[in-house]
Design a protein around this ligand. Structure first.
Ligand code: ZN
Length: 126
């Protein structure tokens, strides 16, 4: 990753891309921006943010311990957003698992906006 690019692949630094969302300084303006910031949160193991941006109705399926385990045991390589509309984002996240085996997490995620904040609801996995 070039130093000027955010973890999420946007061509701007983390500090002006995903970090303001993860630090709750700003709200992600779109579902895609939230999705990208959640990917960056996995890269930096920001478990609280990942829990906080999961919709309350599905939060029980994503407890913080397993989120932290999943984010720490993998080495996140890159994100490719394949398709984004208002409430749906399809993406591929490339990573090395704990055995350094190359993997791709391919998901079409659904998001909802509540009280001005985008939240991850659930996804279809390929
Ligand atoms: Zn970013």
């Amino acid at each position: 990753m070039p130093a000027t690019n955010c973890y999420c692949g946007n061509e701007k630094p983390f500090a002006t891309c995903c970090e303001p969302y993860i630090k709750n300084v700003q709200k992600a303006p779109t579902a895609e921006a939230l999705m990208r910031s959640r990917y960056s949160a996995y890269c930096i193991v920001a478990g609280d943010y990942l829990v906080a941006t999961t919709h309350p109705s599905t939060r029980k399926f994503h407890d913080k311990a397993s989120i932290l385990e999943w984010s720490k045991s993998n080495q996140w390589l890159k994100l490719e957003v394949m398709y984004a509309e208002e409430t749906v984002v399809e993406f591929k996240a490339f990573f090395l698992d704990a055995k350094l085996k190359a993997n791709v997490h391919h998901e079409k995620s659904r998001f909802e906006k509540e009280d001005g904040s985008w939240l991850y609801v659930d996804g279809v996995f390929y």
